[in-house]
Design a protein around this ligand. Structure first.
Ligand code: SF4
Length: 84
């Protein structure tokens, strides 16, 4: 089973128990924000809110070489260059 299939299965099981991940809440846009501060906030919340699919989410992002936003508690977007 691929990492993406494991993530889909974990999310399906979670939904069946009427549960959601932290990034499915009303502040979900912060996980896909262009603001690095938002992404820092989101990555911290993946862990601090004990996302039940954290490991599967990170593995799926690694499998697909995702280079944007927050997955598995990690910021995948490149760090912004600091102003000179
Ligand atoms: S680990 Fe993945 S599924 Fe869980 S809150 Fe973070 S981004 Fe969302």
């Amino acid at each position: 089973m691929s990492a993406n299939e494991r993530l889909l299965l974990a999310l399906t099981e979670l939904a069946a128990r009427d549960k959601a991940t932290p990034c499915q809440g009303r502040r979900s846009a912060r996980w896909t924000s262009d603001s690095h501060d938002d992404l820092e906030w989101a990555s911290w919340h993946c862990s601090s809110m004990s996302c039940p699919v954290l490991e599967e989410c990170g593995a799926a992002a690694d499998e697909d070489h995702i280079k944007h936003f927050v997955w598995g508690g990690r910021i995948r977007s490149p760090k912004p260059r600091s102003a000179a």
